[in-house]
Design a protein around this ligand. Structure first.
Ligand code: AMP
Length: 283
């Protein structure tokens, strides 16, 4: 496995792979790699592409400095996880290379209106501007590629999809399913900040989503999630049902596929999860 940090070397690596006739696969992460990231790496290897993984804890997507300060970092373990799961080139750009002006704002920001303004975007101002801007930069350095994103961050995926379409970026997005622990909790680097008791409490989030198996109206889906979450100890930020493409809230006259999304705080740790749901008109 190659190990790079320099942006020019990274750009050259991707270009050389394309010259050799290989397509480039990109998996962007913030490190502290776990089974969720590993599933993206393995999926990215399936087409025989050159798999590039980036690790960059992007300060511009943290609206809370305290959250950034405690974000886990585990570079030695990360290199092992990347290597064992088929990554060809691990790239760890420095903050100075990615955002030389930080903490001053960059002149250019990519902002996805609408999808980026609701739910996580409303609760974490500037978060999706930070995400879209850094992903645009990762894509610009990498060049034409297939990029693998987890449905764990479903709104992030929708923001990136809108950006790629609106700006005609030469990137094919591949959405990958959520990897869960055996107790149902969606795997996240943030789970390690929870005590055993907090973990048990956090299970209510995936249980609330699992309760939505049968087709129903959007209001009934919302009510069912609240029934599981209320009194569970999870401080619910939202439990919403939205159109999976536009993120407009679903109404009770909508039918077909939608997405249920939950954000909840347990022991000060913000956790997110989501699931596909089917809407059926009420009787
Ligand atoms: P992060 O390092 O948290 O920024 O995540 C990097 C990528 O891994 C994103 O595309 C995430 O959606 C994806 N990811 C993180 N956790 C999971 C998971 N449990 N299942 C699937 N994908 C995940």
């Amino acid at each position: 496995m190659e190990h790079l940090s320099d942006l020019d070397a990274w750009r050259a690596y991707a270009r050389d792979q394309r010259r050799l006739g290989r397509r480039v696969a990109l998996v962007a992460t913030m490190g502290a790699l776990h089974a969720g990231h590993a599933s993206l790496f393995r999926r990215a290897t399936e087409n025989g592409d050159a798999v590039l993984a980036t690790i960059f804890v992007n300060p511009r997507q943290f609206s809370d400095p305290a959250d950034l300060a405690i974000y886990p970092r585990a570079l030695e373990d990360d290199a092992l996880v990347a290597k064992e799961n088929g990554v060809d080139c691990l790239i760890e750009p420095t903050l100075e290379q990615m955002w030389p002006d930080y903490p001053s704002p960059t002149a250019t920001t990519v902002s996805v209106r609408g999808i980026g303004d609701v739910l996580e975007g409303a609760d974490r101002p500037g978060h999706f501007d930070g995400v879209a801007s850094v992903v645009a930069k990762l894509f610009a350095i990498t060049g034409p590629c297939r990029a693998y994103f987890g449905e764990k961050d479903f709104q992030q995926l929708a923001v990136v999809r809108a950006m790629v379409a609106d700006l005609a970026m030469p990137v094919e997005l591949v959405a990958c399913p959520i990897v869960r622990d055996p107790d149902g909790l969606a795997i996240s680097s943030r789970n390690y900040q929870l005590s055993a008791e907090g973990r048990a409490t956090a299970r209510a989030i995936s249980q609330a989503l699992a309760a939505l198996g049968a087709p129903d109206t959007a209001s009934n889906h919302r009510r069912r999630m609240r029934e599981v979450l209320d009194g569970s100890g999870v401080h619910t930020a939202y439990a919403e049902v939205v159109d999976p493409d536009t993120f407009a809230p679903s109404s009770d006259t909508d039918v077909g596929g939608a997405r249920a999304l939950i954000a909840g705080v347990v022991e000060g740790v913000r956790l997110i999860d989501n699931a596909a749901v089917t809407l059926q008109a009420g009787r």
